[in-house]
Design a protein around this ligand. Structure first.
Ligand code: ADP
Ligand code: MG
Ligand code: ZN
Length: 602
């Protein structure tokens, strides 16, 4: 569309240049004919003196020729003034006629020039809009076109070296890059490319940066678009954009398609009768169709990024779509040192700057926070007119940032960190002491994006479809291990356990109402929840059971939970020394891996 417009514009320009040239030449000729512009009175006097051979009367002017030249001019031109000219002309015997002016060119010009101007302005505005749209083919007329930008290797000057402290994510993505670079090598063993990779993590941890780095490393075309750019006012436009994007990508395969802020378009579709968000739904459906429409052999790798995976539509996350999720988490201490190392290259620092100290003081900081910190520190140093940035500048900057961030970012004070460390170790120790629990993969006390102050990741050895009653009970004990540890060590109850309690309660309730695991209540389903198609739940608030039964259900749930809690307390009391020791190590290192934990769990 844009290219076509450009051609038309060119042709029109030539056309008008030609017309103007013709007019100029005409004018030039008129001058050549040596015409004298004379006042009307002079014309009259010449007429009287009989010095005029012939005239032509135009609408507004009189053209004519002298008998004898005046000022070397044979012809003359004068502006008409009404009078009874004809009589005089008759009297002087001059040859005269009335000319009907040919106004063809003038008329044409008066039509075309405004049109031309209008078009010029229109084209100019279109161009402006297209530029604003940020794409090659944006703008008003190309509503359905995708605005994806295509980066090639040299366009983004970001490489994997610029992304620090997220080694796991980097390793995973490096594999994809290598795959795209040499598909044959991987193909030998029959491996296939992952279809969709979703980068998940709190804001500012470097997801967008990672994607740019892949573009820099990949050496294949890289389409980048933000989810919000699919969200349009008109129904169907977003869907058309998705289609267009994948069409382009298919032509350029092998390539990478990156959709940033995926949550903007991948929100859970509304269930139930009130439709409403038709546009978003259509866009999402189109995306799902496209995801199913290419297989991994086509060489398109889809990359997504989001900091709100919990609101994504489950259909996006199921196997065969975004089948790999890569966690881009807040960096631990070592990661923070690496990130600081990347960013201090931009400033002048003292030779013996102890980055480890800076890293130790900034738990919970993301890559973006650290970049900001380096900049703040440089500002502080500039203010005190120093030639290089020292540790003190960093300390001042940290204080300034934390004071500002505290409310938004859940940075913990030392006591809270201690509580979180014991809490998480509590989970881990109970898990390791109970048979059949999944091994602990990683423990961390780095506050995580939404809600969690720390976390313990258990790694399931195998997919489980059946669970025995004992296993469910053990699971509840593990969940309550956090609260138990806090109770034993600090003798307090804190809000930190609310999520654990909710999960444990859910398990207990299911055991009672769904699985028929409580003897007194028998093998009966007491589940009032109506699970609708696609897993969203609605509640009927009318209970079908008598007061006694309801009471019995509540009592059984409570009993199960208390039993599990007691078990957790028992285990932790027995292993309190291990709890102390390991919690201190966790406080020191912030994250403990499986191997580091081994010594505690024999
Ligand atoms: P996200 O997309 O996850 O919200 P960005 O990728 O936009 O975060 O990160 C913002 C900025 O923070 C980056 O441009 C970079 O300068 C800095 N940054 C974030 N994470 C890292 C990291 N792991 N290593 C180096 N710099 C980082
Ligand atoms: Mg981003
Ligand atoms: Zn917990």
């Amino acid at each position: 569309m844009a290219r076509l417009k450009k051609e038309t514009q060119f042709n029109l320009t030539y056309f008008f240049i030609a017309i103007i040239a013709i007019l100029l030449i005409q004018d030039f000729w008129a001058h050549k004919k040596n015409v004298a512009y004379i006042p009307y009175s002079e014309f009259r006097s010449n007429l009287k003196s009989g010095n005029i051979s012939e005239i032509s009367i135009l609408d507004k002017q009189i053209r004519g020729a002298f008998k004898e030249q005046i000022n070397n001019k044979k012809n003359f031109l004068t502006t008409r003034v009404e009078s009874d000219l004809v009589k005089e002309l008759e009297a002087s015997g001059v040859k005269y006629n009335r000319v009907i002016e040919n106004t063809f060119f003038k008329d044409i010009l008066s039509w075309i020039l405004p049109t031309f101007l209008f078009f010029a302005i229109w084209i100019y505005l279109m161009k402006k809009m297209a530029e604003k749209g940020g794409g090659v083919s944006g703008g008003f007329m190309s509503v359905g076109k995708s605005k994806a930008k295509v980066y090639v290797e040299t366009d983004t000057k970001v490489s994997f070296n610029d992304v620090a402290g997220v080694d796991e994510a980097k390793a995973e993505l490096t594999e994809v890059v290598n795959f795209l670079k040499s598909p044959d090598e991987y193909g030998i063993l029959g491996a296939r490319l992952p279809k969709g990779i979703l980068l998940v993590g709190p804001p500012g941890t470097g997801k967008t940066l990672l994607a740019k780095a892949i573009a820099g490393e990949a050496g294949v075309p890289f389409f980048s678009i933000s989810g919000s750019e699919f969200v349009e006012m008109f129904v169907g436009v977003g869907a058309a954009r998705v289609r267009d994007l994948f069409e382009q990508a298919r032509k350029k395969a092998p390539c990478i398609v990156f959709i940033d802020e995926l949550d903007a378009l991948g929100k859970v579709r509304s269930s139930g009768i009130h439709g409403g968000h038709d546009e978003k739904e259509q866009t999402l459906n189109q995306l799902l169709v496209e995801l199913d429409g290419f297989d991994s052999k086509s060489g398109i790798v889809l990359l997504g990024a989001t900091n709100r995976p919990e609101i994504l539509d489950p259909a996006l996350l199921r196997a065969g779509r975004f089948d790999r999720q890569v966690l881009v988490d807040r960096p631990d201490k070592i990661g923070r040192i690496q990130i600081l190392n990347v960013h201090i290259k931009k400033i002048k620092i003292v030779d013996d700057l102890d980055l480890e100290q800076v890293a130790a003081l900034t738990p919970g900081f993301t890559g973006a926070d650290l970049e900001n910190l380096v900049n703040e520190a440089a500002l502080v140093a500039t203010r005190r007119k120093s030639s290089d940035v020292s540790l003190d500048d960093f300390n001042v900057a940290i204080e300034r940032i934390i004071a500002g961030l505290e409310k938004r970012n859940r940075l913990l004070n030392p006591f809270e960190r201690k509580v979180v460390a014991y809490h998480e170790m509590g989970h881990a120790i109970v898990a390791s002491s109970l048979p059949g629990s999944d091994p602990i993969h990683k423990i961390s006390i780095i506050p995580r994006g939404i809600g969690a102050l720390g976390y313990t990741i258990q790694r399931p050895i195998e997919d489980r479809f059946l669970m025995k009653k004992e296993e469910l009970e053990n699971k509840m004990s593990v969940l309550l291990g956090g609260r138990a540890a806090e109770k034993i060590v600090f003798n307090h109850l804190s809000t930190g356990a609310s999520d654990d309690i909710m999960k444990a309660t859910e398990i207990a309730r299911s055991m009672v109402t769904k699985y028929g695991m409580v003897e007194d209540l028998g093998h009966v389903n007491y589940d009032d929840k109506q699970t609708s198609f696609l897993g969203t739940q609605s509640f009927s608030n009318m209970s079908r059971y008598g007061e006694k039964t309801t009471q019995a259900i509540d009592d059984s749930v409570k009993e199960l939970i208390e039993k599990a809690y007691k078990k957790a307390i028992e285990i932790l009391k027995e292993k309190q020394s291990i709890l102390e020791e390991s919690s201190n190590e966790l406080l020191e290192k912030e994250t403990l891996s499986e191997t580091e934990l081994k010594k505690y769990f024999i």
